[in-house]
Design a protein around this ligand. Structure first.
Ligand code: 5OB
Length: 257
């Protein structure tokens, strides 16, 4: 996958040299280029922002440097790309979106700062390429750079060859729509706290059922919205008993055989 990131703070993206994302780059699985938006400015002050039309606090990113940057990065002969714009008004990022982005041949990330990018940049880009405005959740950041770090880490680990162990991808949280059970390692006793007996039993059937129950209990208390999204036929009788014991209202239709 080829990725371009355009930002006024290229140094914010240096963590992408580290860890497994850095290894994916060195392995040639991820081809990443970070660009300074100011290199597409024309004036001596390298201005990227101005006051908002209609008034209000803060500054807005001017369209001209963004237009020049996107023109150059999408010039004829370059591979077609999807533009990804992190913004609190975007479509909510989740594992399903990470999976869709992971199969794109090329992504261009546009990092906004201040109150955002002049909307005409998004409108114009939409006439030339697929565009996704992405939000990480209902909170405010100074700019899109850290959101790009999050999105790229989620996407990179889904690129074939990046994760050694293929099984770990579908066993993890969200693969079955539930949060995962707690995990433990040695020692078996630590500061008076014990590893649950079932995990040391060697009984793989019991262990799988225990993990399912723990995942259900966590999900119902911490993320009831995820339970509500699951199809009723995904729950067996034991699941329904666990959900009811946790105080979750299971409808009569869900309980039908
Ligand atoms: N808040 N997701 C939630 C976001 C965000 C802010 C951003 C980008 C993505 O930039 C200001």
């Amino acid at each position: 996958m080829h990725v371009d990131v355009v930002t006024i703070f290229p140094d914010y993206l240096t963590p992408l040299e580290l860890s497994l994302v850095g290894r994916a780059r060195r392995a040639g699985l991820l081809d990443l280029a970070v660009h300074d938006l100011r290199s597409w400015t024309q004036d001596v002050h390298r201005t990227v922002d101005d006051t908002p039309y209609g008034g209000g606090a803060g500054m807005v990113m001017r369209p001209e440097p963004w237009g020049a940057a996107l023109d150059e990065l999408t010039a004829p002969g370059r591979p077609p790309a999807r533009l990804v714009v992190p913004t609190p008004v975007g479509e909510r990022f989740d594992q399903a979106m990470a999976q869709r982005l992971a199969v794109e041949p090329r992504l261009i990330f546009a990092c906004g700062r201040y109150e955002g990018i002049d909307q005409r940049v998004i409108e114009h880009a939409t006439s030339r390429m697929p565009v996704t405005e992405v939000s990480l959740g209902d909170f405010v950041l100074f700019g899109g750079e850290v959101a790009v770090l999050v999105i790229l880490e989620a996407v990179t680990r889904l690129i074939p060859g990046v994760l050694g162990n293929a099984g770990s991808l579908d066993e993890e949280s969200y693969a079955d729509g539930l949060l995962e059970a707690p995990v433990y390692t040695k020692p078996p006793q630590w500061r008076g706290h014990e590893v649950p007996e079932v995990l040391r039993s060697g009984d793989h059937g019991r262990i799988a059922r225990w993990r399912r129950d723990q995942g259900l209990r966590r999900t119902v208390t911490r993320r009831p919205d995820l339970i509500a999204k699951l199809a009723p036929e995904k729950f067996d009788k034991k699941d329904i008993a666990v959900l009811q014991a946790a105080g979750f209202q299971v409808s009569a239709a869900d309980m039908a055989e």
